[in-house]
Write a protein that binds this ligand. Structure first.
Ligand code: GLU
Length: 473
């Protein structure tokens, strides 16, 4: 039997990092065992479902590389089928019409509470054959078995047992004629041939009800894996309050999709003491049965650490799309991709995020730099640097080839002429070229920046020092 899993988000907001983790686990487990992933948008709650949310979910999944094999299917378009099944249950006497009014239900629950019982529907309409009055509104309830128990072997939680008499008769169709979540999910899971449901632990209480329904309909019951939820560092369920929780906000912050996936997979799953995984490794190693039961804690520092590793290990081409995006965010557009690709390796070890990388690279793509960082200027743009800087500029001007070797030679000749150490010359050059005190190796910086820009920035640096020396005379 081929594995068929689904990710079934409700489109009420962006793709949350917890939802992304569910989608990732479905994807990885399914890839490992060679099955099909399905995306089902559970949009039956018309008031809370938004089309922008659907777009955001699709965009988030795409960015993470989790596009489904099938779908998106929209649950709302199967509504008639859900109602047909409710009708079938009514005819087969596995469901009944309940005419209880809100007042009646409130009174019933108050009494149960007063008697120290758990409030739940007591099944009083099970035996009512006629409506209390013609045209009285009703809901359709499932006539659940009251003896025995529901048992399933959860792939994460282990054996779960729930006594049928602990449950109540679930509403399948509301009084406005709309099907409820549990009915829709069961019908869709059946119709889509889902044989493994991977979802959050917050759905554990729905599962026995859904299994009862599968059984009443004589349908195959899927297997289940309920994932522990994601918590913030304060132990509370992860929410907006904990900062970036929308998947795409991680993109904004310069994280790589492979790093986010790697981070998420390690929340609850491990493979020896390996921390860094490529997507291919995760797809071949991950097994949902190996996920632990304790709640996972979200930790931004760890994510940052994993991200810096992925930045270091990725082939430059893989960084290109998101890096271009980050450069655009700081106003650098129409970047020469060949030049960018050749520069990337010089920055991979220096950047924890792509935001940082884009900022560090910006000097290469700006026409000019109009600003030296004050601390860098104060420390390195000293008047004593004026003679060697002037000489270096002059010698580089007459050096027609612009290769790493020729740049290095010119540098060496100036250092020898002034009997000075590399750092004394490299730092003022660096500030003149980049406006900062950090950049790749100085020859690489000159080389990547190119002859024209390098010379004009060195000339500006010389001018800056000349003005400084005049103003201090
Ligand atoms: N639509 C539900 C949710 O977003 C998931 C339902 C399920 O996985 O069964 O929480």
């Amino acid at each position: 039997m081929t594995l068929r899993t689904r990710f079934a988000p409700s489109p009420t907001g962006f793709l949350h990092i917890g939802g992304a983790r569910t989608a990732l686990f479905c994807h990885l487990h399914t890839r490992h065992y060679g099955g099909t992933t399905i995306l089902r948008i559970e949009d039956t709650d018309r008031e809370r479902s938004k089309s922008e949310a659907v777009e955001a979910i699709l965009a988030g999944m795409h960015w993470l590389g989790l596009d489904p094999d099938e779908g998106p299917y929209f649950q709302s378009s199967h509504c008639e089928k859900h109602l047909e099944i409710a009708e079938q249950l009514l005819i087969g006497e596995r469901a009944y019409r309940c005419y209880c009014t809100k007042e009646e239900l409130d009174e019933m629950r108050d009494k149960q509470r007063a008697a120290g019982l758990k409030p739940r529907y007591d099944g009083r309409c099970r035996n009512r054959s006629e409506p209390p009055q013609e045209g009285a509104p009703f809901v359709i309830r499932f006539l659940r078995p009251t003896t025995g128990e529901v048992v399933w072997e959860d792939k994460i939680q282990g054996e779960v047992r729930v006594r049928n008499d602990e449950l109540d008769d679930l509403i399948l169709v509301r009084s406005d004629g709309s099907p409820t979540y549990n009915l829709s999910v069961v019908v869709d899971d059946h119709d889509m041939g889902i044989n493994l449901v991977i979802r959050g632990e917050d759905h554990l209480s729905n599962t026995p009800r859904q299994i009862q329904l599968f059984e009443a309909l004589a349908w195959d019951v899927p297997e289940y894996a309920h994932m522990p939820l994601l918590h913030g560092s304060d132990g509370a369920k992860l929410s907006k309050r904990h900062g970036a929780v929308s998947v795409l906000s991680f993109r904004e912050e310069g994280f790589l999709p492979s790093a986010v996936n790697n981070y998420l997979v390690r929340l609850g799953w491990s493979h020896g003491d390996q921390e860094i995984f490529t997507m291919q490794e995760m797809e071949s190693l991950f097994d949902i049965c190996e996920v632990g039961r304790s709640a996972a804690i979200f930790n931004n520092d760890k994510l940052l650490w994993i991200n810096s590793h992925h930045i270091m290990d990725s082939p430059p081409e893989e960084l290109l799309e998101d890096l271009l995006y980050q450069l655009e965010q700081i106003g650098i557009e129409n970047v020469d991709k060949v030049k960018l690709l050749s520069a990337v390796p010089e920055f991979q070890e220096r950047s924890k995020t792509l935001v940082e990388m884009a900022q560090k690279m910006a000097f290469l793509f700006l026409d000019d730099i109009d600003y030296y960082e004050p601390t860098a200027a104060k420390k390195y743009m000293k008047i004593s640097a004026l003679p060697p800087l002037t000489e270096l500029t002059r010698r580089l001007e007459s050096n027609n080839e612009w290769t790493l070797e020729s740049i290095e030679k010119v540098f060496a000749s100036v250092l020898a002429a002034f009997e000075m150490k590399m750092g004394k010359l490299a730092q003022p050059v660096r500030v003149a070229l980049t406006g900062t005190a950090t950049s790749p190796g100085i020859y690489e910086t000159l080389y990547l920046l190119g002859r024209t820009k390098s010379l004009s920035r060195l000339q500006a640096g010389v001018l800056y020092l000349e003005e400084k020396s005049q103003s201090t005379d």
